[in-house]
Each structure stands twice: as C-alpha cells, then as structure tokens.
Design a protein around this ligand. Structure first.
Ligand SMILES: Cc1cc2nc3c(=O)[nH]c(=O)nc-3n(C[C@H](O)[C@H](O)[C@H](O)COP(=O)(O)O)c2cc1C
Length: 205
C-alpha cells in the first residue's frame, strides 16, 4: 500500500515574530521536513479568531456558529499527522493567543462528549503525534506546570494520543533561545520524531 507524505502543522502562537517559540517552531518544522514531512506554519496572532462565546450552539451538530478563521484552522489541525503548538508562558499560563484557539475547540469537545462522536477515525488518530514548544522568563521548570494541564487537554480534544514537551525556562528576551546551547537542535530532533507514528523516522510504529 502506498503511504502518503506525512503532514506537520506548526501553530506559532507568540505575537513576537522571530521570538523564542517562533524560532523553536521553525527548527521543529525543519526537523520534520528533513525527516520527510510536508510542513506548514501558521502564525496564529495574524488570524482573526474570536474567543468562545459559550453559546453552546455547537452542542447541536458539533459546529461553531462564529464565522472567522477558526473553522479552516480546525480542518488543518485534524488533517495532519503532526501538530506543533509553539506557545510561550504569559502570566503563568499559555499565551492568550494559544488559549483562545484551545477554547474554540469546544465544538470538538461537544462532538466527543455531547454528541458522542469522534472527530477522527481510529487509524488516523493512531498516527498522530504532538509537540508543545515553550519558553518562559522565570528560571524554574515548574513555571510550565499550569500550562501543561491545558496542553494535555488540547491534544486530547484534537485526538493526538502521544505528545511531548520541549520547553526552556529562563529565556526572556526575543531570540535569547539562540544563545541556549543545543536548544534549537533539540527542537529540530523533536520535530523529526513527530513522524514516528506515521512510520517514518522513528521506532514506535
Ligand atoms: C505579557 C507577558 C507575560 C509574561 N508572563 C510570564 C510569566 O508569568 N512567567 C514567566 O516565566 N515569563 C513570563 N513572560 C516572559 C516570556 O515567557 C518570555 O519572554 C518568553 O521567552 C517569550 O517567548 P516568545 O519570544 O516566544 O514570545 C511574560 C511575557 C509577556 C510578554
């Protein structure tokens, strides 16, 4: 059977272009591309995505009534093998630009938990891998703990069964990640590992 080229989507959520998580996202996508993926990067702050209005209209058919850039973004998130969430820590949690996207996945939550459907068939789900890339100014690893809970929810709702985190504490200024020895290389390697589920570049089949 002919395998199609795996796709990896990078959601770069910081408003700071060429900032730390944006550079990390680029490195991870480079790693995925070198391992054989077709890659796409989306700069989330450039999109028009409104917050969830909690209207519960999505409980009927699992579709959001808001007409903005979110529906095409959900299509992209569901139609790939690898999903990268590149999002820094702001105010001890995920940057709002990432959190708005996650809140707007309420329609996917409704499909699963209200309508009792799955958003993806089993075979597509099994291939999917996730990667959360983050940076924080504060120097202790625990700074990522609150956001980790939200990211776990994010990957659950978009049906990514396995994901990993590459996050660097004590990285404050724009581009400071370049000075952290081995950091961008680590992102690149993690990007390549996203293809493991698709049977490329790894061992977990
Ligand atoms: C509004 C705002 C809030 C922030 N809050 C925190 C915080 O609570 N804890 C922390 O460690 N760093 C905080 N930071 C620092 C960023 O996490 C840090 O600069 C990070 O490298 C930004 O990544 P970026 O370049 O990808 O945007 C904050 C930065 C901004 C702009």
């Amino acid at each position: 059977m002919e395998e199609s080229t795996p796709r990896v989507l990078g959601l770069s959520c910081s408003p700071r272009v060429q900032g730390n998580t944006d550079l990390m996202c680029d490195s991870a996508l480079q790693g995925a591309a070198a391992a054989g993926a077709t890659v796409e990067k989306v700069h989330v702050p450039s999109l028009n995505i409104n917050p969830c209005m909690a209207c519960n209209a999505c409980f009927k058919e699992g579709v959001c009534v808001q007409k903005d850039d979110m529906a095409p973004l959900i299509d992209k998130m569901l139609n790939c093998e690898g999903v990268i969430l590149a999002a820094p820590i702001f105010s001890m949690n995920l940057a709002a630009q990432a959190k708005i996207v996650i809140d707007r996945l309420q329609c996917c939550w409704a499909r699963r938990y209200v309508l009792e459907e799955r958003v993806l068939p089993e075979e597509a789900r099994a291939r999917r891998r996730g990667l959360w890339l983050s940076a924080a100014g504060f120097g202790q690893e625990s700074v990522f703990d609150p956001a980790t809970v939200t990211v776990k929810y994010f990957f659950l709702i978009i049906e990514v069964p396995k994901w990993e985190r590459v996050a660097f504490a004590g990285v404050e200024d724009r581009g400071a990640i370049r000075e952290r020895a081995g950091a961008l290389e680590e992102c690149k390697t993690a990007g390549a590992r996203l293809l493991e589920g698709a049977g490329v570049g790894g061992t977990d089949g």
